[in-house]
Design a protein around this ligand. Structure first.
Ligand code: ADP
Length: 440
């Protein structure tokens, strides 16, 4: 009400005074129009002053002195300005607190926009990645870190596994990078120094490799002597079964040592496997013959692979991975079962090499742990069958080095399927002459 009264006060006064003077002088209309014109001019002047005041960026600029309705307009706008200044201050101090806490983090954090340009990074990220927050902001991250592995990592749609690269500067650090996508295709790049972890891991690997290596010579000596003792009829008469057991256990230990060494070599390899063309038909048929000779002559093993199918990789590694899968299938399926090895190319250029058996199958709770070293579904039964417990761990590492994946599907009583899925860049076809040379 107070506001309305102050708005109406001035026009009422002007109209009343104009009419009074107009009737007094005999020219009411002329006085009224002159009065209204003066009122309009005054209001326009006030409006212009208000606009000029609003245009003044200094929010603390003095509020013009006014009375009536205009003083209330100025007071309301002044209040709004003060509130906004307060909010800006709050925001600024919240932002400062956030930056300080982010800078105190031991791990690096960098924010990338949808064009993969650097928006912001904390102190640890700048230090670990060798970047300068002020200089590099706005640059594409792939221009700042040009390692091909990193460029490929950034280009991927999904990043389930972190990427490990060497950092810049001295000392050379091993960095683990993880990408999380959020909001409108923006990303957070998290950087962790894993140098120490990697060193401990390397020490563990070296220790296993050295122990395995050291055990080889004593094992060879023991088996050599037992071999010789087994040719002595008198000894066989008295110690025959014991010597056979020593021989079998020594052979088992030798197999474990060999697999441990193979695994540690695979783990320590830094680069991916090479790109040698490996003819599958030939490899699989010799694996088949070996598996039959080693485990079972009765198991039906079928191989479905076209004669020109080939993988690009390391011959020895692929041979050992595939023979582990076929050996397992034959070993656990037994005489009465069937094993099917099948190579299929998929529409997207990738390929699936699956080993399916009609064996006992594996319940779901074991599947995620099968590739762990020495993990066995049934410890007693599986050890008796003569495995080292390292076969699937070797398969997993070989496939990783070939950018491939192991997919296991199985359920008790329904057999198992171990499928290796190779990406398109690892799949090829053999030229006719290579094929014939391979078959010869
Ligand atoms: P092992 O030398 O004991 O066979 P692996 O690493 O090759 O070791 O396999 C790990 C475990 O996975 C085996 O001990 C066995 O319990 C299970 N397994 C592997 N392949 C099969 C299969 N085809 N059918 C049933 N169980 C299997």
């Amino acid at each position: 009400m107070k506001g309305l009264a102050s708005v109406l006060l001035l026009p009422t006064l002007v109209v009343a005074t104009s009419l009074l003077l107009g009737y007094g002088s005999g020219y009411p209309l002329q006085f009224l129009s002159a009065g209204l014109a003066v009122l309009l001019a005054w209001q326009l002047l006030q409006l212009w002053r208000l606009l000029r005041w609003l245009g003044n960026s200094d929010s603390a600029a003095a509020t013009p002195n006014h009375r009536g309705a205009w003083s209330q307009v100025y007071a309301a706008i002044g209040q709004l300005r003060e509130n906004r200044a307060g909010n800006d201050g709050d925001l600024r101090s919240a932002l400062r607190a956030f930056r300080q806490s982010a800078d105190a983090l031991p791990d690096g954090v960098a924010v990338l926009n949808e064009h993969r340009q650097l928006v912001w990074l904390n102190r640890a990220a700048a230090d670990l990645l060798g970047l300068d927050s002020a200089r590099d902001r706005g640059q594409r991250i792939t221009n700042l870190i040009r390692k091909p592995k990193f460029v490929k990592f950034i280009g991927q749609h999904e990043h389930p596994e972190p990427l490990v690269i060497r950092g810049r500067g001295k000392p050379r650090r091993q960095l683990s990078l993880q990408l999380v996508t959020y909001g409108d295709n923006q990303q957070i790049l998290m950087v962790r120094d894993v140098t120490r972890e990697r060193q401990v891991e390397k020490m563990r690997r070296d220790f296993v490799a050295n122990v395995s290596h050291e055990l080889r010579t004593p094992m060879t000596v023991i088996t050599g002597y037992v071999d010789e003792m087994l040719t002595d009829r008198a000894l066989i008469g008295e110690w025959g079964p014991q010597l056979d057991t020593i021989m079998a256990q020594a052979a088992r230990m030798k197999a474990i040592v060999t697999d441990l060494l193979r695994l540690s070599r695979l783990e320590s390899a830094l680069e991916d496997a090479g790109y040698e063309a490996v003819a599958l038909a030939k490899v699989l048929s010799s694996i088949r013959l070996e598996a039959i000779a080693r485990y079972s002559e009765g198991t039906a093993i079928s191989i479905e692979v076209s004669p020109d199918a080939a993988l690009l990789g390391d011959y020895q590694e692929l041979y050992s991975a595939l023979s582990n899968l076929v050996d397992n299938a034959v070993k656990y399926t037994g005489e009465t079962g069937a094993v099917r090895v099948r190579f299929e190319q998929q529409a997207d250029g990738s390929a699936k090499l699956s080993v399916t058996d009609s064996g006992p199958g594996i319940s779901a709770k074991h599947l995620p742990r099968l590739t762990e070293r020495f993990y066995r579904v049934d410890k007693g039964r599986d050890r008796e069958r003569g495995g080292t417990g390292l076969g699937l761990a070797i398969v997993k590492h070989v496939l990783q080095r070939h950018n491939a994946e192991l997919v296991i599907t199985s359920s008790p009583g329904e057999g198992s399927c171990f499928a290796c899925v190779f990406p398109p860049e690892r799949v090829t076809l053999l030229a006719a002459e290579t094929r014939n040379a391979g078959a010869a």
